[in-house]
Design a protein around this ligand. Sequence first.
Ligand code: ATP
Ligand code: MG
Length: 301
Amino acid sequence: MALTHKHLEKLFRVPPTKGRIRLRNYDAAWAARDHFRDLKKDALKARAEKYLKTNLAALSAAQEVLWASDRYSLLIVLQAMDAAGKDGTIKHVMSGVNPQGCQVYSFKKPSDEDLDHTFLWRYMKALPERGRIGIFNRSYYEDVLVVRVHRELLERQKLPPESFGRRFWQARFEDINRFEHHLARNGTVVLKFFLHMSKAEQRKRFLARLNDPAKHWKMSDADIEEREHWDAYHEAFEDVFRHTSTKWAPWWIVPADHKWVARAIVAAVVTRAIQDLDLKVPAVSRGRERELAHARTRLVR
Ligand code: ATP
Ligand code: MG
């Protein structure tokens, strides 16, 4: 049975819900085996790579129309635990698109200037303009993830005392939902991906990095440190999915133990989102057509 977009939605798109989302119900090592029962591992990988390639060609075409029609933009939010493959996903998925039509922002610890503003400020400044694809490598979701796991970071945000209450995180989720609603209503399509990797796979990847001097630059002490907070992060993520997967800005929980699976799914979802806008290359007026015909004749002569 072929794998359609409907399957992907059913498997990985988090429906708007009031109930708890449990990450353990999502298989990080999913590899389409139910759909391609007869295929062995290598054949599966080859299939995913072919699927990715087809999608990249479609994505490239879709991006061109997005750019030409200059009405919508696309915001891709990428969140994950360390070593889940955010960088590789960006590299692969964007490999086919025109660099002029796309931008990537990687958000690190906020600066003093950032902290002198509300938490959405620095992200707002980095939004993609119409016609472009913008990628947030980490995002405002860090302000309900790392900041939630490490409360001391919240103190640095210099908030007025009355903003702290029982509903503090709930209020942040509301801010985020309204912010994204504002974007969606004004032409920014918002897609959010969580690259879902298992704890065992992270261990494997860290060890591979530690065992290979050429990969040592990729490791930071914080990586091992943050791993200790795995459960707290997962709980924070589950709460994020429960409260911020909306009709206008859905979360996708993408299985990422197999890098080729994650890349293929992200590429497929992004491509489909642009195609769903049903954009056409802008038509020009009759008069303009006549002028262009005239220009053509002159050039030919
Ligand atoms: P790499 O894959 O290269 O390690 P990275 O995204 O992990 O990329 P780092 O420089 O290692 O980049 O880490 C960035 C750090 O910034 C993360 O630990 C992240 O939690 C932190 N960070 C991002 N946004 C915020 C925020 N709003 N408040 C506090 N810390 C943040
Ligand atoms: Mg890091």
